[in-house]
Design a binder for this molecule. Structure first.
Ligand code: 9MG
Length: 264
């Protein structure tokens, strides 16, 4: 059971935007997340929030690469980079990253799958209906779980045919990416159905707006909701949780995983 700590190097992410804006502060935060029990640090240089400003390759490289390089020199923690750009992925992998978290599931940049394959990197394939700009404009499904599974099946096939070893793949149903509250709830309730792919399942629900809808609370007040929902996700089969609050996420993971696997 792995915990992925979120490190956004962006001014406009929905919860931690603007906090880790210099490389020194960002690396310090990454090291403290590793101390708190993060197995993976997911570093992002472009916000995927609806309406967020898009970032040039040069700007994203300038934000991400110095942090990856310095963190890799100071720690053995697994470094993931949240990017849809193959040039950013290539540079990050050359400087010590091991995982590419591509929320487009290698659809937005035609060179991405090749870069991941050539570097023998791990790849997160996430489902999103639409794109970050349009995704929350009335997303619609007949059967969200069935449609997300069919998308992931096709993306796994595409990744493998681009030369990425299946053992390097991680799937993610993309909580909040082109989904309304009932879709997110249905996905978490039926998460075990994603086990049929035989690859690890990552869930990112930390402080997201569906929790705000349930609780009628802003992102700063959604930690307890995050813990509750992560515990259910783990009970239903999640292998990796992506969280802003690593200490709490680690404890949630350890307890929920032990309960899931307890055998008399
Ligand atoms: C970058 N990012 C924001 N939310 C995410 C989620 O739920 N999963 C993954 N893989 N990445 C995410």
């Amino acid at each position: 059971m792995l915990v992925m700590g979120v490190l956004n190097l962006t001014p406009d992410s929905f919860y931690d935007g603007g906090r880790y804006i210099t490389p020194q502060v960002a690396v310090k935060r990454a090291l403290s997340m590793a101390d708190e029990g993060a197995d993976i640090i997911d570093i992002g240089g472009e916000s995927s929030r609806p309406g967020a400003r898009s970032v040039s390759i040069d700007e994203e490289l300038a934000r991400v690469v110095p942090v990856v390089e310095d963190l890799a020199a100071r720690s053995d923690v697994l470094i993931s980079v949240d990017t849809m750009k193959s040039a950013v992925a290539q540079a990050a992998l050359a400087h010590g990253a091991r995982i590419i978290n591509d929320i487009s599931a290698v659809r937005f940049d035609p060179n991405m799958a090749g870069v991941v394959a050539e570097n023998g990197a791990y790849l997160v394939l996430m489902h999103m209906q639409g794109n970050p700009e349009t995704m929350q404009r009335n997303p619609t499904y007949k059967d969200a779980v069935a449609e997300i599974k069919s998308f992931l099946r096709e993306r796994i096939r595409a990744a493998v045919s681009a030369g990425i070893d299946r053992s390097r793949l991680i799937i993610d149903p993309g909580i909040g990416f082109g989904k309304r509250l009932p879709h997110n709830l249905e996905i978490l309730r039926r998460l075990s159905e994603f086990k049929e792919f035989g690859v690890p399942i990552l869930v990112g629900l930390s402080r997201k707006s569906f929790l705000g809808e349930i609780l009628d609370l802003p992102s700063s007040e959604r930690l307890v909701g995050t813990i509750a929902a992560n515990a259910i996700a783990i009970a239903n089969g999640a292998d990796i949780i992506r969280v802003h609050d690593v200490k709490e996420g680690r404890r949630t993971a350890d307890v929920a995983f032990r309960l899931r696997n307890y055998a008399t």
